[in-house]
Design a protein around this ligand. Structure first.
Ligand code: ADP
Ligand code: MG
Length: 228
């Protein structure tokens, strides 16, 4: 089991007022799975992704990521866990605008203390893998949306994460670029990468092998396997 969420609740607080967002979520993933979490805007998808990605902590309940109970982790340990286990892809790419594609992809390796030459080599390979060998020295403003997202995917994969988390990865893309990103995800999953993808788009969710629904912070399995 790569991920196990047990009875997770998440509230936001404003003063003494509690705003419950996620309600008793139990959910798990095996290594190699490709799961889509589908739900409308405001249903709690990003809140859930931030918890699973160790960017935030649950209000109650347990989360076990690749054998580590996050409740037992200090903030520093949580940051290490995130760096070593999780790759993130966001709707808005979140690239550094003043850095080249290559430098953006290298960044997680910098945090991991990898040497400069090794960083270059691995980042270049990752960009080749997503079809951007000829765009390495471009800055984000010189790239299309789909190319930016492919840079972000290369960056997410550079540390060989156990789990790739994607929050609306096609949400800011035209349908052709979105389809390209979905093709990359399918190929990654066929190569063994475990993927959790969040989307409000039923058509995009069909790319995954399993689907769960979230509505008003309540998660329900969609039951049947998605079409291949
Ligand atoms: P989704 O990604 O499905 O659109 P979110 O997880 O972003 O939904 O938000 C779920 C609910 O939580 C929304 O009602 C949103 O307003 C609320 N919310 C999200 N982040 C915060 C926050 N930091 N403080 C208070 N409320 C928040
Ligand atoms: Mg969201």
């Amino acid at each position: 089991m790569i991920l196990e969420c047990r009875d997770i609740c998440k509230s936001y607080f404003e003063g003494k007022m509690e705003f419950p967002i996620l309600h008793h979520i139990s959910f798990s993933m095996e290594e190699g799975e490709y799961v889509a979490v589908m739900g409308p805007s405001g249903s709690g998808k990003s809140t859930l992704m931030n918890l699973i990605g160790c960017l935030d902590r649950p209000t109650s309940g347990e989360m076990i990521l690749d054998g580590t109970n996050v409740a037992d982790c200090s903030d520093n340990e949580l940051a290490d866990l995130r760096l070593s286990k999780i790759g993130f892809v966001f709707q808005t790419f979140e690239l550094l605008s003043y850095q080249t594609a290559l430098q953006n992809v290298e960044l997680p390796l910098t945090y991991a203390g990898v040497s400069r030459s090794e960083r270059r080599k691995r980042a270049a390979e990752a960009l080749e893998k997503v079809g951007l060998a000829d765009r390495m020295d471009h800055r984000p403003s010189q790239l299309s949306g789909g190319q930016k997202q492919r840079v972000a995917i290369a960056r997410a994969l550079i540390n060989h994460p156990k789990l790739l988390l994607a929050d609306e990865p096609t949400g800011a893309l035209d349908s052709a670029s979105g389809e390209q990103v979905m093709k990359i995800f399918r190929e990654l999953n066929e190569g063994g990468t475990t993927i959790l993808m969040i989307t409000h788009d039923a058509h995009i969710a069909q790319n995954a092998r399993r689907m769960v629904m979230i509505r008003d912070g309540v998660l329900t399995p969609a039951g049947e396997e998605a079409d291949e």
